[in-house]
Write a new protein. Structure first.
Length: 424
């Protein structure tokens, strides 16, 4: 494989605080060097970046892929295509598929299918409980050995305190952690929107916002008892973030992520029963959105994940209560995160840190940074390029974007995986 030089870029590396003009040289799937005036090696392919931003490829902590079992919604290949278009080079896949990833052979199947795409490292989570049913623990040791990155029941909360306590203890024994969907199941059952004035006006059954904080409070207590590491996914309320902030201050092994809808949209996006904006957890009032933005800025939140949840037209073209929750998020991940930069809520390097170095550190991966010898997983993007999200025109199969119609600034121009250009 010939060397490639990306010349004249704005190099951005949150891991080292680098934000400077320069070049980057890669060969054999790794970064050889980066900085000013590298010269142009004989035989190297030269890509003129023309001052655009060059950063590590994005590390997405949370995406549902459909395969196995729901290939009509999304396949691993179509998700990889959307990920590459979004600048994502490492992707963690949820295990609540059909069948659930509770068997080592299924974990290895997903790993192999990811390798076959050639454009993304696909890291499967394994089911925390058999069938993601919340009752009996899966075989953590065998699943970890097969390549599972951590354990979760995906979009289902582990409702039993006893099961969650055992899960945290067992995961700790295998050097791993539990990812929890923080929503008290009994309170959330049958709900379609956040309980409050808007849900009442639209005639929608409500989910109390407190359902999130209640499960966070319980699991923080269990982390304290077990010494285990709990990671809360797509945190969306001020009350839950306050509890996580306090747990971190106490020194507990507690981390969390959020997703773009929870810092870019509020509950008014469901408008006149707009099912594209039906998500799990549901969109929140503006005060919670602002609290999520503040938690991104103060470091309480460890990562921004796409929370990609593919649905097809038949899932969404239903009355709001019957419609499936979930939004496509791979192609829009960077653009919506950059909206907080343009709004002055986050510095550019800090926003990129939440998309690269911090999630990579959480997973113990050697990616998410520009360093000699590191994998040449890269994204080249224009932070000012304007575009509009249009359902039906997004890469990949899934078109159910809650951001449909949203104007964004910041678009991926090129993506490299192991030194090979896979987009742009």
């Amino acid at each position: 494989m010939a060397a490639t030089l990306i010349a004249g870029a704005r190099l951005l590396d949150p891991a080292t605080g680098t934000d400077a003009p320069g070049d980057l040289l890669m060969e054999g799937g790794v970064i050889l060097d980066h900085g000013k005036g590298l010269g142009r090696p004989d035989g190297a392919e030269v890509v003129d970046a023309d001052g655009l931003c060059l950063a590590p490829g994005l590390v997405d902590l949370r995406a549902a892929l459909g395969e196995p079992g729901a290939e009509h919604r999304e396949t691993i290949a179509s998700a990889a295509q959307a990920a590459a278009a979004g600048g994502i080079t490492t992707l963690c896949a949820l295990p609540d598929t059909v069948p659930a990833l509770d068997d080592p052979a299924l974990v290895q199947f997903v790993l192999r299918r990811g390798e076959e795409t050639g454009c993304v490292t696909l890291l499967p989570y394994a089911a925390a409980t058999k069938g993601c049913a919340g009752k009996d623990l899966a075989e953590y040791g065998l699943l970890r050995e097969a390549g599972a990155v951590a354990f979760t029941d995906g979009t289902r909360a582990i409702g039993s305190a006893r099961v969650m306590r055992l899960a945290l203890s067992y995961a700790r024994a295998f050097g791993s952690f539990i990812v929890q969907h923080p929503e008290e199941p009994a309170l959330a059952a049958g709900g379609a929107a956040t309980e409050g004035e808007l849900a009442t006006r639209l005639g929608l059954p409500g989910i109390p916002a407190a359902a999130e904080a209640m499960l966070v409070a319980r699991d923080v207590a269990l982390a304290r008892i077990t010494g285990g590491h709990v990671h809360f996914a797509h945190v969306s309320t001020a009350a839950a973030l306050d509890l996580i902030r306090a747990a971190k201050a106490e020194g507990l092994a507690v981390t969390c992520d959020t997703a773009p809808p929870y810092f870019d949209l509020n509950e008014t996006a469901i408008g006149d029963w707009r099912s594209y904006a039906k998500l799990s957890p549901p969109l929140r009032p503006e005060a919670d959105r602002l609290a999520v933005v503040a938690a991104l800025a103060d470091g309480t939140i460890d990562a921004i994940a796409s929370d990609h949840q593919p649905r097809d037209a038949d899932d969404k073209r239903l009355p709001f209560v019957q419609a499936e929750a979930g939004g496509a998020g791979l192609a829009t991940l960077l653009g919506v995160a950059l909206a907080r930069v343009h709004a002055g809520d986050l510095p550019l390097l800090q926003a990129l840190d939440l998309l690269t170095a911090r999630p990579a550190k959480l997973l113990g991966l050697p990616v998410g940074r520009l360093a000699k010898g590191a994998p040449a997983d890269l994204v080249l993007f224009d932070p000012e390029r304007a575009w509009q999200v249009k359902a039906g025109q997004l890469p990949g199969k899934a078109q159910n974007s809650p951001f449909d119609g949203r104007a964004l600034e910041g678009r991926v121009v090129g993506t490299w995986k192991n030194g090979q250009r896979v987009f742009g």
